[in-house]
Design a protein around this ligand. Structure first.
Ligand code: PMP
Length: 357
């Protein structure tokens, strides 16, 4: 083997949900928002002066940074923006998980965490969720190099009680606790205000879900000024201009329209409650979700086979073959009421064909 072949950084990459090209597919597999971005986003994109693109964008992401800070009632020195929360999380891992002790996260959570840890050679340990797919807080009371908790968790869709999360942060003042709030706007309670109290807490959020901007790639982190400074030092040592001009103007327009944000998230929460009732009527079993997806299983139906059957009917949901414990589950994103009706009809038909109804 040649020298370079022996020294390639070999990684097993994260597998994103499929992005099929056919327009008529009902796509409930990547937790995207079924509604378009705020009307102001379309307007600023249409009016964007291409001449602006001659220039580099603002390296800190202004004016988006200030718009987010204002919306969150924070100083802009407490905010960091990046190319989706994936970029932000990768920078956080790179900046803060640089020691010998293992970082901790649950066995069933966002499947990018172990990919970043592997790629950056960060030691890590996963802690099994309990039989209700919830975190056992005691698992996080041991010596560690950092903690990552998605709250609400993905793909389970449930949130931790805030006193539990607080206890985990309290007991780990020596290490950084990242709380990934990608789905917080669909019913969870954010811990962003806690960054003023805990200088070891970093919270991440995204514009990909509740702001309908997955394609634009906008994510952010909130932490005390000192941590944001460390994060910026690493970011500027890697790539100063992560956010492009278009994403900055689109993100700024999205964050400025609170009424539209409230309206779309309310619609999604309503569709989630309605879909959950219908799925329970069909015998599906699942915890109450505070996200824009449901993580469901069925005592009789083989969910992996159902996943394949739905795919044949051009309805895409997400099935995970790893870890093994979640093979019997499907993760179904909340679409429009019409999309959910089509999904429910297809599931019903599938069950009737098999005498399962
Ligand atoms: N965290 C969690 C828990 C997620 O499910 C996702 C979406 N795949 C992300 C972060 C990243 O989202 P984005 O990069 O689009 O902001």
């Amino acid at each position: 083997m040649r020298y370079f072949e022996q020294h390639i950084r070999r990684v097993t990459p994260y597998t994103p949900g499929e992005q099929p090209k056919e327009a008529k597919i009902i796509k409930l597999n990547t937790n995207e928002n079924p509604y378009p971005p705020a009307p102001g986003v379309r307007k600023v994109l249409q009016e964007l002066d291409a001449d602006l693109l001659r220039r580099y964008p603002d390296p800190a992401g202004e004016p988006l940074l200030s718009a987010i800070a204002e919306e969150m009632h924070l100083k802009k020195e407490e905010v960091f923006v990046g190319v989706g929360s994936d970029d932000v999380l990768a920078m956080l891992f790179l900046t803060f998980f640089n020691g010998d002790r293992p970082i901790l996260f649950p066995d069933i959570t966002y499947s990018f965490y172990d990919v970043w840890a592997e790629m950056l050679r960060i030691p890590y340990e996963t802690k099994p969720l309990d039989s209700n797919l919830l975190i056992k807080k005691e698992d996080y009371f041991c010596e560690n190099g950092g903690i990552v908790i998605a709250n609400p968790n993905a793909p389970t869709g449930t949130a931790l009680d805030l006193p539990v999360l607080q206890e985990i942060i309290e007991r780990n003042r020596e290490t950084i606790v990242i709380v990934d709030e990608a789905y917080i706007d669909f019913g969870g309670e954010s811990v962003v205000p806690w960054i003023r109290e805990y200088d070891n807490l970093i919270v991440t959020q995204t514009f990909s879900k509740s702001r309908s901007l997955a394609g634009m790639r906008v994510g952010m982190a909130f932490a005390c000024e000192t941590l944001i400074r460390y994060l910026n030092d690493v970011k500027y040592s890697f790539n100063s201009y992560t956010m492009n001009t278009t994403a900055i103007v689109a993100g700024t327009a999205a964050v400025s329209d609170r009424a539209y944000f409230e309206e779309t998230r309310r619609k999604i929460i309503g569709t989630r409650a309605w879909t959950a009732d219908k799925l329970r009527d069909l015998g599906f079993v699942f915890a109450d979700s505070v996200t824009n997806f449901l993580f469901v299983t069925h005592p009789v139906i083989d969910c992996e086979a159902l996943y394949t059957a739905l795919r044949e009917k051009q309805i895409y949901v997400r099935h995970f073959s790893k870890p093994e414990r979640i093979v019997p589950y499907l993760r179904i994103s909340i679409g429009t009421p019409e999309e959910m009706q089509t999904l429910l009809d297809a599931i019903k038909e599938y069950m009737e064909e098999r005498g399962a109804l």
